[in-house]
Design a protein around this ligand. Sequence first.
Ligand SMILES: Nc1ncnc2c1ncn2[C@@H]1O[C@H](COP(=O)(O)OP(=O)(O)O)[C@@H](O)[C@H]1O
Ligand SMILES: [Mg+2]
Length: 247
Amino acid sequence: MADPVVELVSVRRTFDAGEVLRGVTFTLARGETLVVMGGSGSGKTVLLRLIAGLIRPDAGQIRVFGRSIEGLSEEELLPVRRRMGYVFQGAALFDSLSVYENVAYPLREHATLGEGEIAERVARNLGLVGLGPEVLRLLPAELSGGMKKRVGIARALSIGPELLLFDEPTAGLDPTNAKLVAELVQKLHGGVCDTAIVVTHDIELAKTVADRVAVLIDGRFAAVGPMTEVLETGNAAVQAFLTGEAR
Ligand SMILES: Nc1ncnc2c1ncn2[C@@H]1O[C@H](COP(=O)(O)OP(=O)(O)O)[C@@H](O)[C@H]1O
Ligand SMILES: [Mg+2]
């Protein structure tokens, strides 16, 4: 079997307020979408930040693209980060930059491309999320919530990632836009980037995109498996979470 794209072994992370992750272990295979669900404050964003090397674990191993990253310097992390796209919670666009400059940002940071090629890639990535040239000069404040999310996704796609990390991509959207974003995440999975971790509260999104679902409770994955299995798990805490979310 091919090496996993992401592998965590007994990962722990504590903040001042206490231990958030208490031993998270999983592997993500190439071609797979793992959805991580869990209540607010359960450590979902912390998990993505650890995988992106933005913060470090207190204990445990994190391997990404076959490389242990927990001991790497910022400089050593760059080639690893270059292979992943991160769709931040909210959309986290740069407010003072146009849509064009937002999507071009990682290209300017990570690659040595001429302006012509940057313009081409920006247009292509916006096209992948269903946005045309009319949005290029707009500022984030001029976009709807759904459009901001799509620009955030286009930015994460800009370097041609092998792994996409999505932090609550449908949060704060109305049902119509949430459905559009869910379909977009699914489309990317079948096309430009087939491997992803999607963090969400949104059961409909999970049902649409997940190959496997993991539920993060008390700092550990309390259930991991296909959605149909997780929905039927006997774990009371997982059931309480899922029925609470589904209301
Ligand atoms: N940089 C930080 N400093 C202190 N505490 C943090 C930091 N990042 C996260 N935490 C704490 O870790 C817990 C989990 O946060 P987070 O991963 O953002 O939750 P969520 O599952 O809602 O994404 C929260 O209690 C939060 O306060
Ligand atoms: Mg979060």
